[in-house]
Structures are given as structure tokens and as C-alpha cells.
Design a protein around this ligand. Structure first.
Ligand code: DX5
Ligand code: ZN
Length: 213
């Protein structure tokens, strides 16, 4: 069963608690939080203080997507707070195994995120040590961007390799996800669909989530 993870980036931030409740009631499985530092990506969002407060009110698992140049600064703390899923970008760390082991020690579902132009081959040697891989289907930084179809081949390649090395590996896709590409993504091997602008700001969140599912 595919999991739907609304990305709060497209929510109304003046009514955050309301928005979180709305997606929960609409059947969301996971809450996706985009952490941007203005260095790794050309945008800023929010940091640990707000993550902690969101975690305290969320009734569904929280998924923190770190788009920051120094993810190692935050990993242990996120683990201590009981964040269920954390991913950081392959492009941001020199020692993948070292950072992965920090999260694993805290029993966090550990993921590596890849920009559209980063080949999946770059993480083959670490696949058996992680729980999921986040495939970016837009260049990270903003919601509402156009989906890049190049990810289908990446997902298929990753799925094939994971079947040998780590059959339980989950694949998450993030960026431009809608009801048109969702079926093809799931068929290619995706387990978690992140969607921001497809859900938030729309008339009926339940309808949006159901149409993805
Ligand atoms: C982009 C973020 C995404 C974003 C997705 O850098 O990682 O999570 O919110 O938004 P949509 O679904 O609108 O492309
Ligand atoms: Zn994201």
C-alpha cells in the first residue's frame, strides 16, 4: 500500500495546526517537513524549534527532509525527539556511513535523498544500511515545480538493485507529484508519495489524497 506524505511547505503557515489536522483527517499517512538552509537550496524554511513543536501535535509519523549543507548538526537531536523518518542529501556529506549510523543508533528510519542529477549508483554501496531513499523529482528548494520524468528510470534501477541488496528498502519520491504521475511512480517501485501543492490550498484535501492513492 502506497503511503501519502503531504509536504507542509505548501500549507498556510499562519494556520499550521489547522492544516496539520486537516491533512490528518483527510487520511495522510506521514507528515513531510522540508528543512532548507539557504545554502544547499536557494530558499529558507524553518528549523529544529518548529520541527519539535510540530512533532508534539502530529498524530501521524513525521518525515524530516533535510536540505541543508550540514545535516550532521541535527541528526542526533531529531533522533532524540522521536522523529520517525529523517533523510539528508547524498550531495551534502562526505561520510555517508558515519551519518547514517548516527540515525540508526537512535532507531530513526534513515533515508538518503538524491537530487535529480545525482545518479543512483552513488549510493549503491550503502543501500543495505538505510531504510529508504528519497528520489527528488524536481530540483529542491520550492513547491509547485514541474515533475521531471527522468526519475522513472532512476527508480526502476534503484528498485532492481535494492531487490538484491535490501528488499525492504522503501522508495520515496518528492516534487511535482500528482494523480497523473502517481500510478506510474508506484508501478516503478515507489512506496511513499510526497505531495505539497497537489494537496494544500485545494478545496478538499481528502479528495486530493484519495486521488493520489
Ligand atoms: C521541494 C520539497 C518538496 C516540495 C514538494 O524542495 O522537497 O517536498 O514541498 O512540493 P510539490 O509537491 O508542490 O512539488
Ligand atoms: Zn521534501
Amino acid at each position: 500500500m502506497v503511503k501519502i506524505a503531504p509536504s507542509l511547505l505548501s500549507a498556510d503557515f499562519t494556520n499550521l495546526e489547522k492544516e496539520i489536522k486537516k491533512v490528518q483527517d483527510a487520511g495522510a499517512d506521514i507528515l513531510h517537513l522540508d528543512i532548507m538552509d539557504g545554502h544547499f537550496v536557494p530558499n529558507l524554511t524553518f528549523g529544529p524549534l518548529i520541527i519539535k513543536q510540530i512533532k508534539a501535535i502530529s498524530k501521524i509519523p513525521v518525515d524530516v527532509h533535510l536540505m541543508v549543507t550540514n545535516p550532521e548538526k541535527y541528526l542526533e537531536t531529531l533522533g532524540d525527539w522521536g522523529i520517525e523518518y529523517v533523510s539528508f542529501h547524498q550531495e551534502t556529506v562526505f561520510h555517508l556511513h558515519r551519518q547514517v549510523s548516527v540515525l540508526k543508533a537512535k532507531n530513526v528510519k534513515t533515508g538518503i535523498a538524491l537530487n535529480p542529477a545525482t545518479p543512483v549508483e552513488t549510493i549503491f554501496s550503502i543501500l543495505s544500511d538505510v531504510d529508504f531513499v528519497l528520489i527528488m523529482s524536481v530540483n529542491p528548494g520550492f513547491g509547485g515545480q514541474k515533475f521531471l520524468p527522468l526519475v522513472y528510470d532512476k527508480i526502476k534501477k534503484l528498485r532492481k538493485f535494492a531487490d538484491e541488496k535490501n528488499p525492504n528498502l522503501e522508495i520515496e519520491v518528492d516534487g511535482g507529484v500528482d494523480d497523473k504521475n502517481a500510478p506510474k511512480l508506484v508501478k516503478a517501485g515507489v512506496h511513499i508519495l510526497v505531495a505539497g501543492s497537489y494537496i494544500f490550498g485545494k478545496e478538499d484535501y481528502k479528495k486530493q489524497i484519495q486521488s493520489l492513492r
